[in-house]
Structure formats: structure tokens, C-alpha cells
Design a protein around this ligand. Structure first.
Ligand code: DC
Length: 249
């Protein structure tokens, strides 16, 4: 029997492209589930720190990933609450140092492999919005719609700067740009599942767009896909032909 698979929209891109907020808003608008895969890597980095596992100890990290006691509890209009070993780590995992550690351990093939089935288990009815780096290329290659978000490093650093300022954390904008470039390089150059758009991804440059505009654009892509499915092959050609017949008459 062929198992029907729930639809997935993948949202990939570098950090600071607005992926998290866009994905969460999209999931809310559609009433779908939401996977923040970066949070999984961040939680694993935090667990490694907590259990004194070195960030280059691939074998120990693999075991830690397999036994990771983490829960994601959905909340309305907010990123999910994240509980690691009974402790609320929702805010703790958002620091720059945990982000960098996550990027380091995410380059290890065994770590990625051991988090694969956990990520796929988020695919539930009525559908899933999955946010990350390799959602469209590796984790959900059969996704209904694949989006790849881009933004200039300066814009991304500025967004991050404002986010941190809002939380009362002061950092230098120059340092943030430097760190972002370093993290991008590591995420793009790693041998497994590097950050790159899937061949069939829709690219959206978010530099001059608001979050709402990006979400609307994705929803219209989804609608476009539904129309293409309902009228396979040459939907627009068929409509054009019909119009042509009308004119000729
Ligand atoms: O999206 P984020 O900034 O929370 O992700 C933290 C790090 O985790 C990021 O630098 C790279 C890694 N990551 C990954 O390799 N693959 C994913 N699907 C998600 C995140």
C-alpha cells in the first residue's frame, strides 16, 4: 500500500534571512506543524556543553544526539517552548556562542545522520513547515514547495543586532558581520548537506521585503503549485487557448 505523505514546505537559507519568523508565521497561517531544525542542532550543542562532550568528539556527539531528551511545545504566535532534560532552554540556545557551536557540530556527518529521523518525525497531518539549511536538499527532498531565502550579510547582521538589542544584549555590528561570514563559510563548505538551494527551490531575496510580504509570496507560490497540480502540464497554455477561442468567435 502506498502511504500518503503529508505536504511539506521547506524554508532554507543562511541565518538572519528571517527564516525562523517567516516559517513560524507561515505555519500559523496554514495551521500546519513547524520544525525549527536549527534549534535541534543548538540543543545538541548545549547538551554537549552540559555533559562536557567536546565539539569534535563525533562518536560521543552521535550517541548524545540519539538519546537527546528534548521536547518542542507549540505556542500560539511564538517560537515553540524548548525543553532539554526537563529544563526550559528556549532562550539559552539563542546565544551567538551556542549558534557557533551548533554550526561546528552540524558539520559532522554522524551527527547529521543521527538527527535525520527525528526531523522527519515532525511530518504530521495536516502538513509541515520545515526551517533549516538542508530541508529541501536532504531531509524532505519530496517537499511540495521548496523556498530558499537570501539577504545581504549587512542586512542580516543588522536584523540580528536589533534582535539582540531588544533583549538588552549589546554587541558590535562589525563583530556580528564577521561572525555571520565565518558561519556562512562553514555551513556552505562542509562536505555533508552544505547550505545550498535545492535545484527546484524558489529563491526569494528578502532584503527589501517585510516578513508579511515574504509569507504572502510563499503562499502565492503554494497556490500556484495547487493550480499546476489541478491542471497538469500546461495550465497557463490551456487558459490561453480558451481565451483565444473566445476572441476568434
Ligand atoms: O538556524 P540556526 O541559526 O538556528 O542554526 C544554527 C546552526 O545549525 C547553523 O549555523 C547551522 C546548523 N544547521 C544545520 O547545519 N542544518 C540545519 N538544517 C539547521 C541548522
Amino acid at each position: 500500500m502506498i502511504r500518503h505523505k503529508e505536504p511539506v514546505i521547506t524554508i532554507d537559507g543562511a541565518s538572519g534571512t528571517g527564516k525562523g519568523t517567516v516559517s513560524q508565521m507561515l505555519a500559523t497561517r496554514l495551521g500546519w506543524k513547524f520544525l525549527d531544525s536549527g534549534a535541534l542542532y543548538r540543543v545538541l550543542a548545549l547538551a554537549a556543553q552540559k555533559h562536557s562532550v567536546a565539539f569534535n568528539n563525533e562518536k560521543a556527539l552521535e550517541v548524545l544526539a540519539e538519546h537527546l531528551d528534548v521536547q518542542f511545545i507549540a505556542r500560539e504566535n511564538k517560537l515553540p517552548l524548548i525543553i532539554l532534560e526537563g529544563e526550559d532552554v528556549t532562550e539559552t540556545i539563542r546565544t551567538e556562542s551556542i549558534g557557533n557551536a551548533a554550526s561546528i557540530i552540524a558539520a559532522l556527518p554522524a551527527v547529521r545522520a543521527s538527527l535525520l529521523s527525528r526531523q522527519r518525525s515532525f511530518r504530521e497531518t495536516p502538513g509541515l513547515v520545515a526551517d533549516g539549511r538542508d530541508m529541501g536538499t536532504v531531509v524532505f527532498p519530496d517537499a511540495e514547495l521548496k523556498i530558499f531565502l537570501t539577504a545581504s550579510p549587512e542586512e542580516r547582521a543588522l536584523r540580528r543586532y536589533n534582535q539582540l538589542k531588544e533583549r538588552g544584549i549589546s554587541v558590535s555590528l562589525g563583530d556580528l558581520i564577521k561572525e555571520l561570514r565565518e558561519r556562512d563559510r562553514r555551513d556552505q563548505e562542509r562536505s555533508v548537506a552544505p547550505l545550498k538551494p535545492a535545484e527546484d527551490a524558489v529563491m526569494i531575496d528578502t532584503d527589501r521585503l517585510t516578513i508579511e510580504e515574504v509569507v504572502d509570496r510563499i503562499l502565492s507560490e503554494l497556490e500556484g503549485n495547487a493550480v499546476k497540480k489541478a491542471f497538469p502540464a500546461t495550465a497557463s497554455q490551456t487558459m490561453f487557448d480558451c481565451a483565444g477561442v473566445g476572441v476568434a468567435e
